[in-house]
Design a protein around this ligand. Structure first.
Ligand SMILES: *[C@@H]1O[C@H](CO)[C@@H](O)[C@H](O)[C@H]1NC(C)=O
Ligand SMILES: *[C@@H]1O[C@H](CO)[C@@H](O)[C@H](O)[C@H]1NC(C)=O
Ligand SMILES: *[C@@H]1O[C@H](CO)[C@@H](O)[C@H](O)[C@H]1NC(C)=O
Length: 482
């Protein structure tokens, strides 16, 4: 259900690979091709390593990332090219470069070959340049990376392709001091694609890195808003009584594109809208995919209900069904969100509990799946907190996150009609992307006594409500009689 990176104890990794250069004897990279797809908040990097074993019985291949690149990488996965199952990875931060140890599906003999693909999503890797733009001006961004893909192994040939969606690349770096690796040109451009290399016979030693590694940057036009959710606070509340899962998100959204130069002209905005030449860096609306069977969806900001939202509900489906059904919530913020602007809002909705809870009658265990977040396309969530509030009296609470969390903790949430409060599990995360939309699973038991406790407290509340109504009615009747 949940895939976790099994981090070998650092000592063990260190013992297996005492140094960068010793590891270098085990393999040779016959080729490395790195493809970088430029975006706004998100940048995709896919690197293919054509690997050849030089020593017998090789089961672990090491991928190196610079510390800077690892810090920007918020999601990563290694696979054998053409396969779908991710390979097991462990990370070692103790050497100068960040090392990922990839467990190969089977040991490679001498001269055995394999194509490995490392896929990553980088966040906060681009920045607006210039930092300000007028309403009518295009949105230009800059992306910077290292020229060479480093590896603990010698590389016969490597190249890096940097792709911009829009063909108008403003400029890009021409590398220096690369003549000894180049046979025909150090960089070429074709439309929106810049290709660095092919570079031949790239060595592994640190001297090489110190001498030849260099930053290259691409300055390009990007036609969608650069969106960041600065904070996401999700509360998922499970109610056995209402047979309901309520999810509420408080979101602080930020347009991280170039800030607006001069004043915002609504007239210009409307005329651009009218001519369907909407400035690409202005966020005017977006759509969310919510679970099927959603009811009571709401969307409000500091000024109240935002009436321009629209929900198309897909019918509720049985849990575990593979049908890709979802409801669509279209949101149009109260005002267009320009570069540098923020928009804080709250959305919430209910889903039928049976769509996300399973019950194991034999052991009396409930298991609930709560999505970590609802993806806003193209957005990074810098800082997320997900609280799952369980029914009152729940015991033996266990939980698992679909990927490593920053922190997790248990507390008690007291709400209306509660006697003892509800066990609450809280997770925190940073730099989430559309790759992080998995489910948190929580299991718990609710002893019968807790059910009864609730019945009694609800009973008491109902009783006083009835008593109040009864008295009020009598008073009312008395008045009528007069
Ligand atoms: C591996 O390939 C090299 C070069 O083709 C060859 O000389 C060598 O004998 C091969 N080794 C084995 C064990 O097949
Ligand atoms: C808020 O706006 C939506 C969308 O128009 C509407 O359906 C809903 O009734 C409104 N809710 C309230 C509480 O006014
Ligand atoms: C947007 O929010 C950030 C904090 O997240 C704040 O620093 C910034 O000043 C806000 N921008 C505007 C235009 O209010």
């Amino acid at each position: 259900m949940a895939r976790r990176w099994r981090t070998l104890p650092l000592l063990l990794v260190t013992a297996l690979a005492p140094s960068f250069s010793l590891a270098g004897l085990a393999f040779e990279n016959t080729a490395i091709v790195r493809t970088i797809e430029l975006g706004g908040s998100l940048v995709h990097v896919s690197t293919t390593y054509a690997v050849k074993a030089l020593e017998p019985g090789q089961t672990t291949y090491q991928i190196a990332l610079s510390k800077v690149e690892r810090a920007k990488t918020s999601w990563l996965e290694a696979k054998v090219k053409g396969r779908t199952t991710p390979l097991e990875l462990s990370e070692d931060e103790s050497s100068t470069e960040h090392l990922l140890s990839v467990s190969l599906p089977k040991a490679l003999a001498v001269n055995g070959t394999l194509n490995l693909v490392l896929e990553t999503v980088q966040t906060h890797a681009t920045h607006p340049f210039p930092e300000q733009a007028a309403q009518k001006e295009p949105q230009l961004l800059k992306y910077k990376t290292d020229l060479f893909t480093i590896s603990p192994y010698t590389t016969l040939v490597q190249r890096t392709k940097i792709k911009s969606l829009a063909p108008n690349v403003i400029s890009y770096t021409t590398p220096h001091d690369v003549d000894s690796f180049v046979r025909d040109g150090s960089v070429t451009r074709s439309g929106g694609t810049i290709t660095y290399g092919p570079y031949h016979d790239i060595q592994t030693d640190t001297d090489f890195v110190a001498k030849y590694q260099q930053p290259v940057s691409v300055h390009y036009s990007f036609d969608h808003p650069v969106l960041e959710v600065k904070t996401l606070r999700r509360i998922a509340e499970i109610s056995h009584w209402g047979s309901n899962l309520n999810i509420e998100d408080k979101i602080h959204l930020h347009n991280a594109g170039p800030t607006l130069k001069g004043h915002f002209s609504r007239l210009e905005y409307q005329s651009q809208n009218y001519h369907r030449k909407q400035a690409s860096h202005i966020l005017s609306d977006f759509a969310l995919h919510l679970p099927p069977g959603v009811t009571n969806a709401y969307f409000y900001d500091q000024n109240g209900n935002v009436s321009t939202s629209h929900l198309r509900t897909a019918p509720s489906v049985a849990k575990g069904s593979k049908a890709m059904q979802y409801s669509v919530l279209e949101l149009r913020p109260r005002y267009p969100v320009l570069g540098g602007w923020n928009y804080s809002y709250t959305i919430g909705f209910d889903t039928p509990l049976q769509d996300s809870v399973g019950y194991d009658a034999k052991n009396g265990i409930y298991m609930v799946g709560v999505p970590v977040m609802t993806n806003i396309p193209g957005t990074v969530v810098n800082d997320a907190e997900v609280k799952i509030i369980l029914p009152e009296g729940a015991i033996n609470v266990k939980f698992v996150s679909p990927f490593p969390e920053l922190s997790s903790s248990m507390s008690t949430h007291i709400s209306y009609l509660d006697t003892a409060g509800r066990p609450t599990v809280t997770f925190t995360y940073k730099d989430l992307t559309y790759k992080h939309t998995g489910m948190i699973y929580v299991s718990y038991q609710v002893p019968l006594s807790a059910h009864l406790k609730k019945v009694m407290s609800v009973g008491a509340a109902f009783f006083s409500l009835f008593a109040f109504a009864f008295i009020a009615r009598r008073v009312d009747l008395n008045l009528h009689k007069k």
